[in-house]
Design a binder for this molecule. Structure first.
Ligand code: FCB
Length: 473
């Protein structure tokens, strides 16, 4: 049954009827394991870095953890049925490494694999294409205790894990993402200390970044050896297109530095096999320990690039030299303008800027020659309120999504090859350091009861996808 059958269909505006996408365009929603699954001690799962970090006093909002989260591990069938009612044609999820290899390496826990096996079968039974991410930040604690991503060995452990998972699921899952947002795995986690393991050392962050990239490069051929030839392997990077706040030459230089740091650090090695000039010296660190052959591996051609996009950066040359912000960690090299007159912001404090999505997609195609782009995350946190009829009128989120889909339609018309759009997120979930107070879902989770309620944005998305499918009948 479609959600359109049992809820008032939100009428589509003319604007939605004017955009048209190809039949096989992936209309998806995204989640990640630790953010939704809960069941942290079940079926042989061992702790991850996030279990430890979240239970560290002060690390997350009000000490929230992913212990129960959206209880998806126990409600998977119900959740897949909801995806079907939203008319999704794709679902992006991540696999929990500590469920599959509780010690990080060595013995495989079949019960962990069984869960994803059932998930994949349920998706396929509903005609939903699975997009599986291998690493969305939950490193087995045993590997963290052996140095985590600072240790080169972790890259080899990841490639082994990638092979185990693709061997089991690769007959049915044909879209794979190795890593989610290496910038966050590295800088946010090892320099800013905001994510697990919560360290503050720029040099470690750069070394971690290299090992994460290396693990991607080592895994791709190991995965392909398990996968049918039509399967596609990629990586999901997070992008913040950088704009100049004024036209002073110093500011234009600051824009370049910010772009190098925030967008090119991981993109250039994957696409071009080299780190951008000036990256490490501007950061005030030494180059990471690059061994011969690493960059060739890292730039093994991929089949598609995942693009996570939330906002842009507006920067100028730094004049005040204040310390403590992200940019001051980056060698005092630029200043970010955080409250722009006339702009609107989400609950995360992120400026709403759909043109930035068009900008980055176009650039990735024209400048980097990427031939297949999938928007693997796009979405917004807003405060949601249940009305007396158990409805959530999240019109701001609906407008956010509509504007970003229109941006994609516009660049597709100009020949930019965008093949899918995954909304972050399918459902409200554990938003890392922000805990449960930031809601991104198309589906509202009432945490005390775990009741699921499709928000207006979800109903609209279902109608929109339905209309797109109708076009091709
Ligand atoms: C991205 C993460 C995702 C979620 C969104 C809001 O950086 O990949 O897990 O937290 O931000």
């Amino acid at each position: 049954m479609s959600i359109l059958d049992h809820t008032d269909p939100q009428s589509l505006e003319d604007i939605d009827r004017q955009v048209s996408f190809p039949k096989n365009f992936l209309w998806g929603a995204a989640t990640s394991a630790y953010q939704i699954e809960g069941a942290v001690q079940e079926d042989g799962r061992a702790p991850s870095t996030w279990d430890r970090f979240a239970s560290t006093p002060g690390a997350t909002y009000q000490g929230h953890t992913g212990e129960i989260a959206a209880d998806h591990y126990h409600r998977m069938e119900e959740d897949v049925a909801l995806m079907a009612s939203l008319n999704l044609s794709a679902y992006r999820f991540s696999i929990s490494w500590p469920r599959i290899l509780p010690q990080g390496t060595g013995a495989v826990n079949e019960r962990g694999l069984d869960f994803y096996d059932r998930l994949v079968d349920a998706l396929l039974a509903h005609g939903i294409t699975p997009l599986a991410t291998l690493y969305h930040w939950d490193l087995p604690i045993a590997l963290q205790d052996r140095g985590g991503w600072v240790a080169r060995e972790t890259a080899y452990a990841f490639a082994d894990y990638a092979e185990v998972v693709t061997r089991r699921l690769g007959d049915r899952v044909h879209r794979w993402i190795t890593h989610n947002e290496p910038w966050c795995t590295s800088y946010l986690s090892y320099a800013l200390g905001l994510h697990a393991p919560g360290l503050r050392d720029k040099q470690l962050a750069v070394n971690v970044g290299h090992h994460v990239l290396l693990s991607h490069g080592l895994a791709v051929p190991r995965m392909r050896a398990q996968l049918p030839s039509q399967a596609q392997v990629g990586i999901a990077l997070d992008f913040y297109p950088v704009y100049a706040a004024d036209d002073r030459p110093e500011t234009l230089e600051a824009v370049k530095r910010a772009d190098t740091f925030r967008n090119r650090w991981f993109l250039d090695p994957v696409c071009w096999g080299s780190y951008p000039d000036g990256l490490f010296s501007d950061m005030g660190v030494a180059a990471p320990p690059i061994q011969e052959g690493d960059l060739a591996l890292i730039s093994t051609p991929i089949d598609f690039l995942g693009v996570n996009y939330y906002s842009r950066m507006l920067v100028r040359d730094r004049q005040d030299r204040a310390s403590g912000s992200e940019s001051s960690l980056y060698g005092d090299s630029y200043e970010t303008i955080t409250r722009i007159p006339g702009s609107s912001y989400t609950e995360m404090g992120w400026e709403i800027f759909p043109e930035g999505l068009a900008n980055i997609l176009t650039r990735l195609h024209r400048e980097y020659g990427v031939q297949s782009l999938v928007v693997t995350e796009s979405g917004a946190a807003f405060e949601d309120h249940l009305d007396g009829n158990s409805r959530i009128h999240d019109s701001q989120r609906l407008e956010y999504l509509r504007a970003h889909i229109q941006a994609i339609a516009a660049v597709r018309e100009q020949g930019v090859p965008v093949d899918g759009y995954c909304i972050w997120s399918l459902m409200d979930n554990f938003e890392w350091a922000e805990g449960y107070r930031k809601r991104f879902g198309l589906i509202y989770i009432d945490y005390p009861t775990q009741r699921r309620i499709v928000k207006d944005s979800g109903i609209w998305y279902a109608s929109f996808i339905h209309y797109q499918h109708e076009q091709h009948k």
